[in-house]
Ligand binder design. Structure first.
Ligand code: NAD
Length: 480
C-alpha cells in the first residue's frame, strides 16, 4: 500500500511516530493509501527547517522568488492529468471538474502570486515640517497554512503561494481526508528547486498535527480554511498567543431569483451553483429563494433537470456527480434529509443513498435533493449541510427575501438573478455576505478580496489582501 511522506527540510520523510492513518478512495469505500500520523515532533522538525531557511528566503529579490514560484506553476500544469486523476480518486469529485477547475486553479495560484509580489507596494505619508513616513511590509517569519478537503490542491496552494511570495517560510497541512495532491506537490517543489525548508508539508489529523501548529510558540500566523467550529477552536488557542489569524469558514449561501431574470441562463447556472462537486463547495448556494410569479415554473424545470443528473464513477468523463468524500460526511448529509422531513419539508427529488455496482458498491453516493415547504428559520435552512441538498422557498418582496437571506449566522457568498440593474445593486449592498454574484456564479478574479462575514470568517484572501496578511506593516518616520 502506498505510504505518503511528509516534506520536511526539502526531503520526503516518514513521521517520527512511524504510524499512519488510513486514506480512503470514496468512490469505492476502500483504503488505498496511508497518511503520516504526524505529531508535535514532526511539526518541531518542520519549524526548525523553516526557521533556518527564513533569512535567505525572505531576502530573496522578488524576481528570484518569481522564477521559482513560476516553475512550480509550470510543473503543476505539466502534470495536470496525473494531479487531476489523483484529486478525483482521493476526493470523489468528477475528473472533468478536477481537470478544468481544481488543478488549473492550483497552477494559477502560484503564477498569480509569483507576479503579484513583483507588483506589491507600500505607502508613504509626507508631513509638513519636513517629516516623511514610509511603511515597510516585512514577512512574518514562519507561518502555518491549514486547508480542507473539498478543493484540496486548489485551496492548499491559495494559501501557500501568497505566504511564500511575501517571503515567509511555511508549514502547511492538507486535510487528512484528501492528502494526495499535497504529497505530489512536495515532489514538484523539489523538482522546481524550491530551497529546502522554505515549504514544509506535514500530514496528519486536525486535533493532533493541526493543533501542534496552532500552539507552536514561534509560528506567527495561521491561515485556516475549514469548518466554523474548527475555526473557533483555533481562534480560542491562537488569540491569547497574539497570532495573526485568517479564517475562511462555513457558509449557507442564498441564491435569490427574481421573476425578471434570464430564466434559461439562471437555470443552467443554478444547477451548477447547487451541485458542483456534489454541493461541497463553500460557495454553493444551498437556499434558493424564488419570486412567487415564477416559483412553480422554476420548481418544475429545476426538479426535472436535477432528477436527470447522473451520479457515477468520478473517473468517467461524463459523470456530473461523483462520490461524497467520506462515510462520516455521507451519513451527516443524509441525516439532514430526515431532519428536513421532520421539520415539515417535502423532498421533491433525490436525497437517497445510491448503491453502485461492482468495485463501486461500497462507495458513498447519493442522489441530489431538492426540498420545499420549509420555514426559512428551521435547522435545515440555517445549518451548513455541505452536500447535494438545496431548499427552494418562494418570496413576494425584496424586504422579505433580504430578511430570509440574512437570517443565518453565516455570510460567505450570495447570488442574485435579475435584469433590473438598480435592484441588483440595492440587493448587493444590503446582503450580508463577503461576495455577491449578480447574474453569474463562481466567476473568480484572483485580484479581488475573498472571504466571508459573521460566522463565515475573519479577514480576506486574494490579491494584495493575502500579501498584506502575510506581511507586517512597520511605519518608519524620518526627519528630512
Ligand atoms: P475541518 O474544519 O474539519 O478541517 C479543515 C482543516 O483543519 C483540516 O486540515 C483539519 O485536519 C484541520 N483541523 C481540524 N481540527 C483542527 C484543530 N483542532 N486544530 C487545527 N487544525 C484542525 O473542515 P473540513 O470538513 O475539512 O472542510 C469543510 C468545511 O470547510 C466546510 O465548513 C466549508 O464551508 C469550509 N470551507 C470554507 C471555505 C471558505 O473559503 N470560506 C472554503 C472551503 C471550505
Amino acid at each position: 500500500m502506498q505510504k505518503i511522506a511528509n516534506y520536511i527540510n526539502g526531503e520526503m520523510v516518514a513521521p517520527v511516530s512511524q504510524s499512519y492513518i488510513d486514506n480512503y478512495n470514496p468512490a469505492q469505500g476502500v483504503v488505498y493509501s496511508l497518511i503520516p500520523d504526524s505529531d508535535e515532533r514532526d511539526v518541531a522538525m518542520a519549524y526548525e527547517a523553516a526557521h533556518l531557511a527564513f533569512p535567505a528566503w525572505s531576502q530573496k529579490p522578488a524576481q528570484e522568488k518569481f522564477k521559482i514560484l513560476m516553475k512550480i506553476a509550470d510543473l503543476i500544469s505539466e502534470n495536470l492529468e496525473e494531479l487531476a486523476r489523483a484529486e478525483c480518486i482521493d476526493n470523489g469529485k468528477p475528473i472533468k471538474l478536477a481537470r478544468t477547475v481544481d488543478i488549473p486553479r492550483a497552477a494559477s495560484n502560484f503564477s498569480f502570486y509569483a507576479q503579484a509580489v513583483t507588483q506589491f507596494w507600500s505607502e508613504s505619508h509626507a508631513m509638513e515640517h519636513h517629516y516623511l513616513n514610509y511603511t515597510l511590509r516585512q514577512p512574518l517569519g514562519v507561518v502555518a497554512c491549514i486547508s480542507p478537503w473539498n478543493l484540496p490542491l486548489y485551496l492548499f496552494t491559495w494559501k501557500i503561494a501568497p505566504a511564500l511570495a511575501a517571503g515567509n517560510c511555511v508549514i502547511a497541512k492538507p486535510s487528512e481526508v484528501t492528502p494526495m495532491t499535497a504529497y505530489l506537490l512536495s515532489k514538484i517543489c523539489i523538482q522546481a528547486g524550491l530551497p529546502k525548508g522554505v515549504l514544509n508539508i506535514v500530514h496528519g489529523n486536525g486535533p493532533k498535527t493541526g493543533m501542534s501548529m496552532v500552539t507552536h510558540p514561534h509560528i506567527h500566523a495561521i491561515s485556516f480554511t475549514g469548518g466554523t467550529k474548527t475555526g473557533a477552536d483555533i481562534a480560542r488557542v491562537a488569540a491569547p498567543m497574539f497570532k495573526k489569524l485568517s479564517l475562511e469558514l462555513g457558509g449557507k449561501n442564498p441564491n435569490i431569483i427574481f421573476a425578471d431574470c434570464d430564466f434559461d441562463e439562471m437555470l443552467r447556472t443554478t444547477l451548477r451553483s447547487s451541485f458542483s462537486n456534489q454541493g461541497q463547495i463553500c460557495l454553493c448556494g444551498s437556499r434558493i429563494f424564488v419570486e412567487k410569479p415564477i416559483y412553480e415554473k422554476f420548481k418544475q424545470a429545476f426538479v426535472s433537470k436535477v432528477s436527470k443528473m447522473q451520479v457515477g464513477n468520478p473517473l468517467h468523463e461524463d459523470t456530473k456527480l461523483g462520490a461524497i468524500v467520506s462515510e462520516q460526511h455521507f451519513k451527516k448529509i443524509l441525516s439532514y434529509i430526515d431532519l428536513a422531513q421532520a421539520e415539515g419539508g417535502t423532498v421533491l427529488c433525490g436525497g437517497k443513498a445510491v448503491t453502485m455496482e461492482g468495485e463501486f458498491k461500497n462507495g458513498w453516493y447519493m442522489s441530489p435533493a431538492v426540498i420545499e415547504g420549509l420555514p426559512f428559520d428551521c435547522r435545515t435552512n440555517q445549518e451548513e449541510i455541505f452536500g447535494p441538498i438545496v431548499t427552494i422557498t418562494p418570496f413576494e418582496t425584496e424586504e422579505e427575501v433580504l430578511m430570509m437571506a440574512n437570517s443565518v449566522s453565516y455570510g460567505l457568498s450570495s447570488t442574485v438573478w435579475t435584469q433590473d440593474i438598480t435592484r441588483a445593486h440595492r440587493i448587493a449592498s444590503y446582503i450580508q455576505a463577503g461576495i455577491v454574484w449578480i447574474n453569474c456564479w463562481l466567476v473568480r478574479d484572483l485580484r479581488t478580496p475573498f472571504g466571508g462575514i459573521k460566522s463565515s470568517g475573519v479577514g480576506r484572501e486574494g490579491g494584495f489582501e493575502a500579501l498584506r496578511f502575510f506581511t507586517e506593516p512597520k511605519n518608519v518616520c524620518l526627519k528630512i
